[in-house]
Design a protein. Structure first.
Length: 278
């Protein structure tokens, strides 16, 4: 058995005591998986994942790197998913990894002291390089996976926000309502323009009532965007009605030269729905 294999075996045999020492670094952190007073299930999870950390770092010492790369990918995926699920800040994870690195290096120092006659300077240099490289790659792969997971979640949240900001609500087989509520800035107006026609086609809507009663301010940009949406829907064969038109909205439209005569307009959503038989 080579010296590398001996160290590999020693790390695996001591992974429980290494985990014990690592967990002593914990302090009280509000709502953190790494808090010393966190739920017992989190300590169990940390121990299981720390065992995989030890196995991954130890396998970097072996000549055959297949096991090392498999465990590296497994560790990064497992830890990134679990930390993202509980909303752990990335800096807490990196701090924990650095703390465990120091635990492993302390173990190495003790191990070398006990094997002084067998371990050469070259062995020590190689082990330092392998272990530090392994921890660096753990951090790198974790960061990539964590970024990917959080990016996908943010994308999903933005899509949900976009859908809630311009909900096309069916109230019959071919009739739907688009209730717009709150301020409409340029970004939201563009999002509405991009999503509403597609949703109407998906839901097979041929009559859409756009209700503006929940929009506090309709400025020049908003009025122009609404008119553009109506024109786009018309080209798709979708009849559009406007409800909740207030005097200031009508005045803005006139000032812009937007002709609402060809568009069915109503004071309230109830009137619009009564008109189309809903």
């Amino acid at each position: 058995m080579t010296q590398n294999e001996n160290l590999y075996k020693a790390l695996l045999e001591n992974k429980d005591s290494l985990a014990d020492k690592w967990l002593t670094f914990r302090e009280k952190r509000p709502n953190s998986i790494y808090s010393v007073d966190a739920d017992e299930k989190y300590e169990k999870l940390l121990r299981e994942q720390n065992a995989l950390t030890t196995e991954t770092v130890a396998s970097s010492l072996l000549e055959d790197k297949e096991e090392y790369h498999q465990k590296l990918e497994q560790w990064a995926t497992l830890v990134a998913k679990s930390r993202a699920e509980v909303g752990t800040p990335i800096y807490e994870v990196l701090e924990a990894v650095h703390q465990y690195r120091s635990v492993v290096m302390d173990f190495l120092e003790t191990y070398v002291g006990e094997k002084e006659e067998e371990v050469t300077k070259q062995h020590l240099m190689n082990w330092n390089y392998s272990i530090h490289s392994a921890f660096d790659l753990l951090i790198q792969e974790f960061s990539k996976m964590y970024y990917s997971i959080t990016r996908d979640r943010m994308k999903a949240q933005h899509e949900l926000i976009a859908e809630l900001g311009a909900p096309v609500i069916p109230i019959g087989n071919t009739v739907a309502v688009l209730p717009l509520i709150g301020d409409i800035d340029t970004e939201r107006a563009v999002r509405i323009m991009e999503t509403v026609p597609a949703r109407c086609m998906e839901k097979q809507v041929d009559k859409l009532c756009i209700d503006l009663s929940g929009v506090p301010i309709v400025d020049t940009m908003v009025a122009q965007q609404i008119y553009s949406i109506i024109q786009t829907l018309s080209l798709l064969g979708i009849q559009t009605a406007l409800s909740g038109i207030r005097p200031e909205v009508a005045m803005t439209s006139v000032q812009l030269g937007i002709d609402l005569k060809e568009i069915n307009t109503y004071n309230t959503l109830e009137q619009a729905l009564q008109k189309i038989g809903k």
